[in-house]
Design a protein around this ligand. Sequence first.
Ligand code: C2E
Ligand code: MG
Ligand code: MG
Length: 644
Amino acid sequence: MRNIYFDICSIPVFIVLLITCKIRKMTHGRTNRLFLMFTCASLTCAVADFWAELLVAAVPMSRGAVMLASFLDYVYLLLRNASLVLYFIFVFVITRTDYRIRSLKNRLLLWLPYFLLVLILIQNFFTHNVFTVTVRTGYTRGPMISALYLIALIYGLSGFGYCIYCKRYLTAGKWFALLSVYLFTFAAVLIQYLRIDLLVEMFSTALGLLAIMFIVMRPEEAMDASVGLQSWQAYQTDLRNILQSRQPTQIVVIQLTNATEVRTYLSDAVFDPFVQEIADGLHDMFRHKHIRPEMYFERPGTIYLIQEEGGAKLSELIPGFMRDMLERTSIYNELGVQLNHKICVINYPRDLREWKDIINLGHRFARLGPDDQTMLKASDVVSSKHFEVENHMDEILNRAIVEHNVEVYYQPIYDTKTGRFHSAEALARLHDSRYGMISPGIFIPAAEALGLIPAIGQEVLESVYRFIAGHDLKALGLSYIEINLSVAQCMQKNLVDAIRQLQQKYGVDPKTVNLEITETTFNSVSERAKRNLGRLSEMGYTFSLDDYGTGYSNIQRLCRLPFDIIKIDKSMVDEMGTENGSRILHHTVQMMQSIRKKLVAEGAETQAAVEALREMGCDYIQGFYFSKPVPEKEFVAFLEANNR
Ligand code: C2E
Ligand code: MG
Ligand code: MG
């Protein structure tokens, strides 16, 4: 009898691998499914191999044993070769190049040798020219067995070659682990060729799979373990993959729009199982409908589904499912938390063709459609100017920097004591050659997100310093110009140096510049921001606290930070018409006076508002009532006309 101990040893390894997959929640998704199929096929092969060997060792055999041994040999040959094909596909999937085997032609090409192998095995029933098991001689091989070896060799060598070719797509460790399955198999075949009595093939496969499990299958990279769905990184790569294959695909994005708030209220430990509940529900539904979309999760609360076209339409299934799900889920019932959601359906390539556009839409669609509409079709959203602009923001901003498309407008600020305009706020305007005028409310946050705020901020600073140097502020009646600094600017490493250089270049007195900072800057308590402001303060710059009343107005900040001016946000001024609003504003003014801060009220649009603010004791007023932000020349003309 041949040595079956290697086969026996491989069996627990395969079983442990399967259990590990289950424990590590590696059961969903293409990569995991293929790995599971490969491991199951190998386990069955190992069992069939050793059992057949046991049976044929005892010649002469009974008729029943002959039949069973033949059956096991067929199982072994079918599954062993199928697993070679599966592993080849696995290599394609791991290297994210499976778009190459998506077309029907390539799929047929891939499976063709295997079909041939099946035909050869079928004809073996009648001809026994591959192998035969008889009562007396046990297992004997026929001449056609070499055809099977040839087919296995074709898969082995082409898979091995493809692995080598794919080195550039993988880290060295992963690449070597993928190759190792082939290397172990080649070594096993060689050993078995030299020592026919050693059945080492399945054991070598087990070693290869162990390497794959520990080096390649890293669920923390492909999976979000806390919700049991594939990760956001996996979504990005798979999407890229699909775009390369040009296969028509439906992408559905389900955004839990208040996930951040609910997470804060409930903690992640309560929220994550809830997402898992939704994912399980989706899996069940898809199983019933016989479809298998890939599912991904992005924190804090977005689920992405990818489904190749054909089969049931996700856009018809998802809205009803989500409505029911959010109605009956445990969190909703027990804690009374209302989860809001929005769904967006993107048909590739009809709606969008670019990877970046699809990713962007997935993030933005909730803000782009009407508030009361849960279900959005990408086709409705992508044609809007808003999406166009937001989607091309990096291009627009880069153009703005190169072509100097940022212009600074000035809005005068009225002094209630003197009845003259005593300062002004510099406000950035972007005129894009393609998309026209873009509001700072859109391009400033985008510049922050894209890391372009230093360059944009520099354009604004330079423009204002040039303006101050080029005009006699005193003669115009102005004490200083206010410049907005965004959160990211305040944290900028070279902010102080950049300002110092401008100051020297234009010979500007720091007293003629006031820097506006929003409250939120200090939420993200950055030491660098504090240090920057401290140094600027030492250089003689003064600061305003912008948008007071919109954030968590913090007493400590008011008391300790070097603000000379507090700017009351327009939203507070708008509430002045109500009794409470008026009282709050009144007391705010008194409070600021008592801690000796100057007060600017923003957004006064009517004479009544201006009168009321003056009566309350507001020091300065800024608003459309006096002037909108206007270009430099118009602003100077305005001052000359009104500040005489
Ligand atoms: P902000 O600093 O609070 O600027 C005041 C905003 O209120 C300006 O909007 C101004 O046009 C608007 N405003 C003033 N009076 C009235 C009024 O009576 N009615 C109405 N409806 N609006 C009024 P704008 O220019 O669109 O700027 C929006 C925000 O963008 C600014 O809010 C500021 O946070 C940011 N921003 C603008 N320019 C810059 C810049 O150069 N750098 C940075 N970092 N942020 C900027
Ligand atoms: Mg401001
Ligand atoms: Mg403001």
